[in-house]
Design a protein around this ligand. Structure first.
Ligand SMILES: C[S@@+](CC[C@H](N)C(=O)[O-])C[C@H]1O[C@@H](n2cnc3c(N)ncnc32)[C@H](O)[C@@H]1O
Length: 296
């Protein structure tokens, strides 16, 4: 088993299953049940110490990122130069970012070391402030603004003017797994990515591109589902491949528990168009259970 926690899904999949009529709502469902789940989800984000929600992992090391993300991620990070920028969405404690700046990282990644020089600038984003003493100490030893930690807002609440462009964006069981607005989230990510830049992310317990896996928890659906306008299941990989101006590869990671699918989304031109989905089901959890429906 990898170092990833086995998600104890049932622990936070509490209360009523929340269903919304896709016809009667916009991109995000309205209504008391949805609001209730949002409140529960917010409690999970802000849970601390012994009260931390079961399965809510906030300290994955860079090695774990490399194991969970698509092949190519390690090389993409090692190849960033000092003028480049890396954004980690849903960074938790920011351990992966800290690992990148250690001498141990350079020893383990001799390729690209010359080019890297002082290394890229990194921005870590989290809803809740999970900075540790180690973060503060490391930030103090680096150039001003070499690493930045932003918190207090969701990804969708930042503008391009505030954040600027990035050559590499990662998300390891962060915003992509937790958002209640999947197409809005992807639009934001791709808007922040430079042409030829890459977004590396992954989802737990999702139908793989080749359709060979079944939901991890007996009797439960996949954690993230997309259904088309007629109500038939559509793989997340297939949805990503329908985005204009990107090249997408999808990689199953059966060794993780629950198993993952890792996605590499490379932006190839500026005229990005993300097929809109609306949220028809959202149940708080670590991560939440979500169902989205393709519009049209
Ligand atoms: C389970 S933790 C994962 C932390 C880290 N990536 C790791 O693997 O250790 C989820 C992180 O995603 C963040 N997050 C969830 N939804 C988000 C959103 N829409 N925008 C930005 N961050 C989000 C949370 O605040 C938290 O930092």
């Amino acid at each position: 088993m990898t170092a990833m926690n086995v998600g104890i899904r049932t622990a936070f999949l509490l209360g009523l299953s929340v269903l919304w009529s896709a016809a009667s709502h916009g991109a995000e469902p309205a209504g008391a049940e949805f609001n209730e789940e949002v409140v529960k989800q917010d409690r999970i984000y802000h849970s601390r110490g012994a009260q931390t929600a079961t399965g809510y992992t906030v300290d994955r090391a860079l090695l774990i990122y490399a194991d969970g993300l698509a092949s190519g991620f390690e090389r993409a990070l090692a190849d960033l130069g000092p003028a480049d920028r890396w954004l980690d969405i849903g960074a938790g404690e920011g351990q992966a970012v800290l690992d990148y700046y250690t001498p141990g990282y350079d020893l383990a990644h001799p390729q690209g070391r010359e080019r890297r020089g002082r290394k890229a600038q990194a921005v870590a984003i989290s809803i809740e402030d999970r900075r540790t003493r180690l973060w503060d100490l490391s930030a103090g030893t680096l150039e001003p603004n070499q690493i930045q930690y932003l918190f207090g807002r969701r990804m969708s609440q930042y503008s391009l003017e505030e954040l600027g462009k990035f050559q590499l964006i990662t998300d390891v069981i962060g915003g992509f797994s937790y958002t209640d607005g999947l197409s809005r989230f992807m639009e934001k990510v791709l808007g922040l990515l430079d042409v030829n830049g890459s977004f590396y992310t992954a989802l737990q317990d999702v139908q793989w591109e080749d359709g060979s896996n079944r939901p991890f928890y007996p009797g439960a659906p996949f954690l993230t589902r997309i259904i088309d306008a007629a109500g038939a299941d559509m793989k997340v990989c297939a949805w990503l491949k329908r985005i204009a101006c990107v090249e997408v590869t999808c990689e199953a990671k059966p060794q993780w528990q629950p198993p993952l699918e890792a996605f590499h989304v490379r932006k190839v031109c500026n005229e990005v168009a993300v097929p809109a989905v609306e949220t028809v089901h959202y149940q708080a959890g670590t991560p939440p259970e979500r169902r989205f429906q393709l519009r049209q």
